[in-house]
Design a binder for this molecule. Structure first.
Ligand code: ARG
Length: 588
């Protein structure tokens, strides 16, 4: 379906044409004075110079041509030369009815179906997920769902941090504690045990311990670097141990992400490209892209137009070890070979922006990607506590994601349990849904690049611009629909009809903006646009609801029209929250 604004613009454009003016002047925008009109066109002002006429004269000529329009109930020329527009109720109802009948509410398929890889999540194996990882998961998941709904082929890749020094640190600490483990016996040639010699909680305790030790003790750090080297060069026991660290850690990660309704198509990691790094390095050397600098291998990526210093991209350290850079470049190479994406989007902390600038430039310069391949960095800001500093536990430690989610779940449960007609089970399930909505909406309603304050109380309030408010609105609509059916109404046969009041018309106009919202949320990788859209829609619905006695309406046709409007509103809201990555309970 054509977007409503395009249809409206078309009508005004042809009026400009009919009045003898250039068509392009007829572009329409949503009114910035909703008290005066719904849409407006400022083309007469722009045309004044060209036609050497006062804007109001042009506006009058055009308004005259719009008198008979099937689209507008009024088109008024007002000084100095605006054209104020109101759409006809019938036109709007036709449009919204068509939305209801069309797949995806009339959202058109993209002209080109792109293949998009989204690199998000990015947890590090054996390190507990902390709230910093929350944003990447929440934003990435939503960006992925939006792109997919928009009609593109989308592949989400978690890109595990499973290859660097942190692995060497863990192995070193295990060796200190249990040197007798068979993995450390270099003469051993048999099979390694299937069972891992540690649990997830032990693993999570080991990493911080090892990392602390290595900061204080250079000899320990040396050992960890050696262990990393041994692992990367394929020492059997180290590889076997590493595989077990991954497997224990990944099953824990899967559980965590599942609780967040976040899922990945690919569970690849930095280690997966290990074997293709030597080939990539040779290629970069042979083509003359990479050169040696103080023993290290680098690719210069600065450009003449740079206003700030962009350091060279280091491919190999002087000891020949690979870096974070190296694995990211090799991953790009692998993705281009195996997946052939048109676009790769990275959802990563914005503090890594410069790093990604280097990587992208290097990938282009060395022709790992095609000139037209889009590499996009979607950097997000920090999640802060109420004190404006990075979010911590009450004791000041690093907040684990699991703990945070559990705390909010419990709070919600306490609140919901007050409802006496809800079984314990339903209350639990509902609490889970509301808590997830609170956390995700609280995050996504901010522009991703901005820092924001994680305020559980505010996010979990059922009033204001929050996830629970949206869920309440959906639950309210569902309850009306249920009652309508209980009273013998048939939800399948209801039909939308033109609005009879202003709040009803307003709700329809919001619904009609669905396509434009999804398109721009996708193009700008901006889930906050969907949040703003559904918040406005929930408000529009609630205004309508408070003004209208829906279920007791005598006029059957009117009532059926309203129910149809509610159905559509509910469907659109539910589709939108699914794109944000949460769902609504039947009742609250
Ligand atoms: N593991 C990294 C970290 O915790 C994030 C990975 C981001 N993605 C990437 N392709 N580099 O900082």
């Amino acid at each position: 379906m054509e977007k409503i604004l395009d249809l409206i613009s078309k009508e005004v454009k042809s009026a400009f044409d009919a009045a003898g003016y250039e068509e392009e002047l007829g572009r329409v925008t949503v009114s910035n004075r909703p008290d005066l009109c719904e849409y407006q066109c400022n083309g007469a002002m722009a045309g004044a110079k060209k036609y050497k006429k006062a804007p109001i004269v042009i506006a009058n000529d055009v308004a005259e041509k719009l008198k008979e329009s099937v689209v507008f109930s009024s088109a008024d020329a007002v000084p100095p030369g605006f054209i104020n527009l109101k759409v006809k109720e019938t036109f709007l109802a036709d449009y919204v009815r068509k939305m209801q009948e069309s797949p995806k509410f009339g959202l058109e398929e993209p002209t080109v179906r792109k293949k998009i890889v989204i690199d998000y999540g990015g947890p590090n194996v054996a390190k507990p997920l902390h709230v910093g990882h929350l944003r990447s998961a929440i934003i990435g998941e939503s960006v992925k769902r939006i792109a997919r709904y928009r009609g593109h082929e989308v592949i989400g890749d978690i890109h595990l941090g499973d290859w660097g020094l942190q692995m060497g640190l863990i192995i070193t600490e295990l060796k200190e504690r249990r040197p007798q483990l068979v993995y450390f016996d270099e003469a051993y040639t048999g099979e390694y045990p299937e069972e891992a010699p540690f649990t997830i909680s032990e693993l999570e305790e080991i990493y911080p311990t090892a990392s602390g030790k290595s900061k204080e003790d250079p000899a320990y750090k040396e050992k960890a670097m050696e262990a990393t080297y041994k692992l990367q060069s394929g020492v059997r026991g180290y590889r076997a141990l590493w595989k077990q660290i991954i497997s224990v850690s990944v099953s824990d990660l899967k559980k965590n992400y599942e609780n967040l309704k976040v899922s990945f198509d690919l569970w690849k990691g930095e280690s997966d490209v290990h074997d293709i790094i030597p080939g990539m390095v040779t290629y970069m050397k042979e083509k003359g892209y990479a050169h040696e600098s103080e023993g290290a291998l680098v690719v210069d990526v600065k450009e003449e137009t740079d206003t700030k210093e962009i350091p060279p991209c280091m491919i190999l350290k002087s000891d020949g070890a690979s870096l974070y850079n190296t694995t990211d470049l090799a991953t790009i190479m692998e993705r281009m070979e195996k997946i052939k994406p048109d676009e790769i989007i990275y959802v990563v902390d914005k503090r890594q922006e410069l790093y990604f600038e280097q990587v992208f430039r290097c990938a282009r310069k060395t022709k790992l990607v095609k000139p037209e391949t889009v590499l996009k960095f979607l950097g997000f800001g920090t999640m802060n506590g109420k004190d404006g500093k990075p979010f911590k536990t009450r004791e000041g430690g690093v907040m684990r994601l699991e703990t945070l989610v559990e705390e909010i779940n419990t709070q919600m449960y306490e609140k919901i349990r007050e409802n006496p007609d809800m079984s314990k089970e339903e209350a639990k399930r509902t609490a889970g849904q509301v808590a997830l909505a609170a956390v995700k909406y609280g995050d996504l309603s901010n522009q991703a690049s901005k820092d924001y304050i994680f305020d559980v109380e505010k996010f979990s309030s059922s009033e204001g611009d929050t996830g629970p408010y949206i869920l309440y609105t959906i639950a309210r609509i569902k309850s009306i629909l249920r009652k309508y059916a209980e009273l013998g109404g048939n939800l399948r046969t209801v039909t939308l009809r033109e609005a009879s009041g202003s709040s009803e018309k307003d709700l329809m106009m919001h619904l009609a903006g669905f396509q434009a919202t999804i398109e721009s949320a996708h193009e700008e990788a901006a889930p906050h646009k969907i949040c703003a859209y559904i918040y406005d829609m929930a408000n529009a619905f609630n205004r309508f609801y408070h003004e209208t006695k829906i279920l007791t309406e005598e006029d059957k046709r009117k009532k059926s029209g309203w129910i149809a409007l509610l159905l559509l509103t509910e469907n659109v809201l539910e589709t939108c929250i699914d794109l944000l990555g949460f769902s609504a309970p039947e009742r609250m």
